[in-house]
Design a protein around this ligand. Structure first.
Ligand SMILES: *Cc1c(COP(=O)(O)O)cnc(C)c1O
Length: 395
């Protein structure tokens, strides 16, 4: 039989693996411990922090989808990132993007402040800054593409090649696209990190993470550290996440179709000042995204024209978008980065990163695209009306 397509792998992973009853869907193994079959005779599993069949089923699926030698499933995206940091020793340099996920920024900065390693944040699209930083021989280069919330695209193959020439490992946070739309290991990265909380689980009911390594020895080291530090994910969460993975490909197609429909509608609306979506030909990373991704993803950000009243009209005037953080679920979400996901960043750093107070981020769900567009256009029309109507202050 020819090698199945990734979509088939996602659907069929671990099906019919139950040898006891022939269950089509593998059962959840919640037991924390496993009997030794006899004195000094350990079975495959002994203790669920170290190894668990349900977690392993998810790990195998993710390793195969990302094309890695192995995967460690962790309790959250942050614990996955912390796990990768174990590859760094005191004095080692970590090179991270200046606009990386806020939680990653805080983790890198606070571990560096305690002397665990050194960190430098740079704009990885600035090739001069990248070359200067690589000349300092970093141990690890962190890449996140597309970035949050402006969806900037970084050339994974080019950064990986330059980083390898400088002797560094490359880790890519692939949360925003999932392996359905981007496989960083195939572009030269050594490690892929996921917050499986987002698209991989896809139903906003699990916090989880994963680390997939291209190299077996690197994976073994990750697995050892995950067990030592106690970062591994739970069985029930793993079960739910693998259930989500089965529908990853059709979900991603629907997220993307809704995102491109919404982006096109936003561009044409007078209450919108700018739209950030890599699928738009006007996006600076469009050509690169078309080359290194298999789709433009389900996230769209835009700037509302006008004042805070107009902004409020948009954020509070939507009925099919929940005002909430996170992303990647089947339900559409709207988020105001300046007061929500990026509130911890100081205002100057936010401005430098290009995150204005009028920026709105959308995670397009799996609803009907026409309904989402109608909801957004209604709110934007009201924002426009509010902006052109002088407000009469009372008393
Ligand atoms: C959410 C997120 C994380 C952190 O994952 P948690 O599951 O919330 O711990 C890391 N990176 C990116 C890009 C994310 O969106």
């Amino acid at each position: 039989m020819p090698r199945p397509n990734p979509q088939t792998v996602a659907v069929r992973s671990a099906l019919e693996s139950d040898s006891q009853h022939g269950a089509v869907v593998p059962p959840i193994h919640l037991s924390t411990n496993y009997t030794f079959s006899a004195f000094n005779e350990k079975r495959t599993y002994d203790y669920s922090r170290s190894g668990n069949p349900t977690r392993d089923a998810l790990a195998s699926a993710l390793a195969e989808l990302e094309g890695g030698a192995g995967c460690v499933v962790t309790a959250s995206g942050m614990s996955a990132i912390l796990l990768v940091c174990q590859q760094l020793n005191p004095g080692d340099l970590l090179l991270a993007p200046h606009d990386c996920y806020g939680g990653s920024y805080r983790l890198f900065e606070s571990l560096a402040a305690r002397g665990r390693f050194r960190v430098q944040f740079i704009d990885q699209n600035d090739t001069e800054a990248l070359d200067r930083a690589l000349a300092e021989r970093p141990k690890l280069v962190w890449v996140e593409t597309p970035s949050n919330p402006l969806l900037r695209i970084v050339d994974l193959a080019a950064v990986a090649e330059a980083a390898h020439a400088a002797g560094a490992l490359v880790a890519a946070d692939n949360t925003f696209l999932s392996p359905a739309l981007q496989t960083p290991l195939a572009l030269g990265a050594d490690i892929v990190v996921h917050s499986t909380t987002k698209y991989l689980n896809g139903h906003s009911d699990v916090i989880g993470g994963a680390v997939i390594s291209a190299d077996r020895a690197v994976h073994d080291s990750m697995a050892d550290w995950a067990n030592t530090l106690g970062l591994t994910g739970g069985a029930f969460d793993s079960y739910l996440t693998l259930r989500g993975v089965r529908t990853l490909f059709p979900r991603m197609r629907q997220h993307e179709s809704n995102a491109s429909q919404v982006a096109a509608a936003l561009v044409a609306h007078p209450a919108v000042q700018a739209v950030y979506y890599p699928g738009l030909a006007t996006h600076p990373g469009h050509a690169l995204a078309a080359r290194q991704q298999r789709g433009f993803g389900g996230m769209v950000s835009f700037e509302v024209a006008g004042d805070e009243t107009a902004l409020r009209c948009v954020l509070e005037g939507l009925s099919l978008f929940s005002l909430a953080e996170s992303l990647g679920g089947v339900e559409s979400l709207v988020c105001h980065p300046a007061t929500m996901t990026h509130a911890a960043m100081d205002p100057d750093a936010r401005r430098t990163a290009g995150i204005s107070d009028r920026l709105v981020r959308l995670s397009l769900g799996a609803e009907a695209g026409d309904d989402l567009v109608a909801d957004l256009l209604g709110a934007l029309d009201r924002a426009l009306a509010a902006a052109s109507t002088p407000t009469h202050r009372q008393g």
